[in-house]
Design a protein around this ligand. Structure first.
Ligand code: ADP
Ligand code: MG
Length: 253
């Protein structure tokens, strides 16, 4: 299977404090990878680097064949031109813990705005597509609602539809259910589960071990800015090798 995302020696620091210590990672196209790890281990920073929300201090990131990260060119760090960054980011969808819907746009507008504005697609086409996406996340009947009229679980499903409207190759999820009341978690995980079967490449930071067991192909366990253990999801969950992973699993199960 071809690689969709490839990280080599990714380093990141914040004011002298290194939070990613040379991450190597290969994500196969169409696979679902769950990233586990204690708070502060660098999971969000890793996703943010992949989506260009943070600049790397070293190493490279490829999405498909294209270098989206920064690499060392001689001694200097090479930076992609801004336009290239924008183009690359269109290939990556991201869903955050906080849904961040635009409060003054309807559900349908939240989904349709970017494809019209950024991809330059025709409004009628985009709205048809947006309705299909809303149907996919079970919210076609709420197309004209305002975000504040929806539950947290519904808002997060709209946020997923909004990311998908840009037709990304890769979807990044950063603790998408952590801000939700427990009874709303299931409906969001269900949408993500369906998405996993659609063949899109997914990287998911979550503490939902049940989701990881059921849906993930691979698991990456991070601790202190390093990948401590990675591999086949079931094997890793059933037979964790590293003591830190065992400890972590005992704490979240
Ligand atoms: P996780 O998502 O696994 O909880 P993060 O990637 O958010 O971990 O954070 C990793 C480390 O980097 C933490 O020590 C955090 O305090 C630090 N960090 C993250 N973002 C910033 C930032 N913008 N400025 C300074 N420190 C940061
Ligand atoms: Mg985080």
């Amino acid at each position: 299977m071809s690689e969709s995302v490839r990280l080599r020696g990714v380093h990141k620091q914040f004011s002298g404090n290194t939070v990613l210590h040379g991450i190597d990672l290969d994500i196969a196209a169409g696979s679902v990878t769950v990233i586990l790890g204690p708070s502060g281990s660098g999971k969000s920073t890793l996703l943010r680097c992949i989506n260009h929300l943070e600049k790397l201090d070293g190493g490279t990131i490829h999405v498909g064949d294209t270098l989206i990260g920064y690499c060392r060119k001689g001694q200097a760090l090479y930076e992609l031109p801004e336009k290239a960054v924008a183009r690359q980011r269109q290939r990556i969808g991201m869903v955050f813990q906080q849904f961040n819907l635009f409060p003054h746009r309807t559900v349908l507008q939240n989904i349709a705005d970017a494809p019209i504005r950024i991809l330059g697609q025709k409004r009628a086409e985009v709205e048809t597509q947006a309705m299909q996406l809303l149907d996919q996340v079970g919210l076609a009947h709420r197309a004209q609602a305002w975000p504040r009229e929806l539950s947290g679980g519904q808002q997060q499903r709209v946020a997923i539809a909004r990311a998908l409207a840009m037709q990304p190759e890769v979807m990044l999820f950063d603790e998408p259910t952590s801000a939700l009341d427990p009874e709303l978690v299931g409906e969001v995980l269900q949408v993500m589960k369906q998405l996993a079967h659609s063949g899109i490449t997914m990287l998911v930071v979550t503490h939902e071990i049940g989701f990881a067991r059921e849906v993930a192909d691979n698991i990456v366990f991070m601790d202190n800015g390093k990948v401590v253990e990675a591999g086949d999801a079931r094997a890793l969950l059933d037979n964790p090798q590293h003591p830190r992973l065992r400890e972590f699993l005992a704490s979240v199960l």
